[in-house]
Design a protein around this ligand. Structure first.
Ligand SMILES: Nc1ncnc2c1ncn2[C@@H]1O[C@H](COP(=O)(O)OP(=O)(O)OP(=O)(O)O)[C@@H](O)[C@H]1O
Ligand SMILES: [Mg+2]
Length: 248
């Protein structure tokens, strides 16, 4: 795709969103910054953004191939993807297959217990309000999404869970939970936006059960970037490495 990347539209905690000469296309630049606990814990880890961009691009391609409507256009270069500009809906749509993290602290679930069917939890994406958990009535009353949009978001999310659970399983990874963000494209249609990476998913090595995701950082342990690199090695095919001209 031949677009020129222009000025910064928005800078979040881990990514920069840049304008291009096509008003419907943005460049998403994955930075090396990593945060946890609402930004209380912060660091910059060299190459983290590089691996996350490759992992995200690969997963968006897997989803597009499965017929899921996403923002994804292409990997522009390692560290940066081109995406459709979306009007983001400030919801964090979390799918849980196995109990871990905040759900175990907040409710009497047993760590590691399986959720069948999976749980969908929707939080308000608002640092100011501390990302509180929502319900449908609150979402509708706040005007964050319509009833139809909410139903569609849930059904796309369940489909994404099926596709990703199977994809990761085929790469010897377990997907306990993950967070999605959706937006509206220029036609008003719902598409998956943002990123899917070890910053936004729990991913466990199927053989050893060890985490290969941001939990390593949350626990203050070392080896975050080498775990992310390992995920990239496990999910990228030789053809991806070749066409993207990347080194892992
Ligand atoms: N396709 C897209 N078009 C427009 N904005 C997007 C798109 N995909 C993601 N975004 C938004 O860009 C920002 C991504 O940056 P990042 O993840 O670093 O931010 P954040 O810290 O999660 O969010 P924020 O700073 O908004 O609280 C988020 O606000 C996200 O909703
Ligand atoms: Mg984010």
């Amino acid at each position: 795709m031949n677009v020129k990347i222009k000025g910064l539209l928005y800078s979040g905690k881990a990514k920069d969103i840049l304008e291009t000469d096509d008003p419907e296309v943005v460049a998403i630049r994955f930075r090396d910054d990593i945060t946890a606990g609402d930004g209380e814990k912060k660091d910059t880890l060299e190459m983290k953004g590089y691996y996350n961009s490759l992992i995200s691009a690969k997963i968006f391609e897997v989803l597009e191939d499965a017929g899921v409507a996403t923002q994804y256009l292409e990997l522009h270069e390692p560290g940066c993807i081109l995406a459709r500009r979306l009007e983001m809906i400030p919801l964090e749509v979390i799918t849980r297959n196995i109990a871990a993290g905040s759900i175990v602290r907040r409710f009497p679930f047993r760590e590691g217990q399986e959720f069948r069917p999976p749980l969908i939890q929707i939080d308000y994406k608002s640092d100011e309000h501390g990302d509180p958990m929502l319900n449908d009535d609150i979402i509708l009353a706040l005007g964050l999404a319509t009833r139809e949009e909410l139903d569609e978001i849930r059904s796309i999310t369940l489909r994404i869970n099926d596709v990703l659970t199977e994809f990761f399983r085929s790469r010897s990874l377990v997907l306990p939970d993950f967070k999605l963000e959706f937006g509206r494209d220029s036609n008003g249609d719902i598409r998956l936006g943002d990123e899917i990476s070890p910053d936004t998913c729990r991913l466990w090595d199927m053989a050893t059960g060890e985490p290969l995701d941001k939990d390593i950082f949350r626990r203050g342990e070392s080896g975050v970037v080498s775990a992310y690199r390992r995920v990239a090695e496990m999910i990228l095919d030789p053809e991806d490495i070749e066409r993207w001209k990347v080194k892992l």
